[in-house]
Design a protein around this ligand. Structure first.
Ligand SMILES: [Zn+2]
Length: 249
């Protein structure tokens, strides 16, 4: 497929809402001396000074400062935290807030990033859904928590399911595959591929999110090696992208 050289993947679904800034980084940008390309994680062995510049570069495109970031620790849980200020949050893989000036951020390289917005109650959410989080319905829990904490009506929710491992490449074992409905099993059953994006879209729909309010990126992080880091493809030497959603102060 053809793609335009760009440093941010921008959701279209939020484009009518000037109060929202959102996007996901790519691997296009600065290379570090450690050999990473536009890596935004401090945890993969990259040079910290370069990571800091990379983050500042990425977030400056949204006029967001590094000091405004709210970042979950991420351990493939299905826990959702409500946050009201920037900082690092242990014990969760998803964040929700109605506070403006707080950038909800997750780190990804194949796992599914999901951005949520309720334009009526002015609530945003971000979800890190790998296969474990997806199997444990983390996006469904995020929607529940938006309903509980902020009286969100699900038919108002807009969702962006971002670039991540596609069904074209995401091969899993039988033990993992049984947890999912959306998969491709070739006739000889030699390989099983799970569609995590579709799984998450279906979870949203079952919660009452309107299909037309869900944008699913077609980009696969494993296929698009010039555009994305991929843990599945590059293993331990993989860098990380970040996804962000932010309510303007
Ligand atoms: Zn692929």
């Amino acid at each position: 497929m053809t793609w335009i050289k760009k440093t941010v993947i921008a959701p279209k679904i939020f484009s009518g809402y000037p109060e929202i800034r959102s996007g996901m980084s790519t691997k296009l940008g600065r290379k570090s001396q450690a050999g990473f390309e536009m890596n935004l994680s401090y945890k993969v062995g990259d040079d910290p000074a370069t990571v800091e510049i990379n983050r500042a570069t990425f977030f400056s495109q949204f006029e967001i400062y590094n000091s405004e970031l709210a970042i979950p620790l991420q351990f493939h849980s299905a826990n959702v935290c409500r946050v009201d200020k920037p900082g690092e949050y242990n014990n969760c893989d998803a964040l929700i807030t109605n506070a403006s000036g707080v950038a909800l951020v997750i780190t990804v390289a194949d796992c599914v990033p999901i951005l949520l917005f309720d334009p009526i109650q002015k609530v945003i959410g971000i979800v890190h859904a790998g296969w474990k989080g997806t199997a444990n319905a983390i996006v469904k829990r995020a929607i529940y928590k938006m309903q509980e904490e902020f009286k969100t009506e699900t038919e108002n929710v807009l969702a962006f399911i971002g670039p991540s491992a596609g069904v074209c490449c995401y091969e899993v074992s039988e033990e993992v595959a049984v947890k999912f409905e959306n998969k491709i099993v070739p006739y000889d059953k030699a390989k099983i591929f799970v569609d995590l994006k579709k799984e998450n879209a279906f979870q949203l729909q079952r919660q009452g999110v309107v299909p037309g309010n869900i944008e699913i990126s077609e980009l696969c992080t494993i296929c698009e090696k010039q555009l994305f880091h991929s843990y599945r493809r590059d293993g331990k030497s993989a860098g990380r992208m970040m996804a962000v959603i932010y309510l303007k102060p």
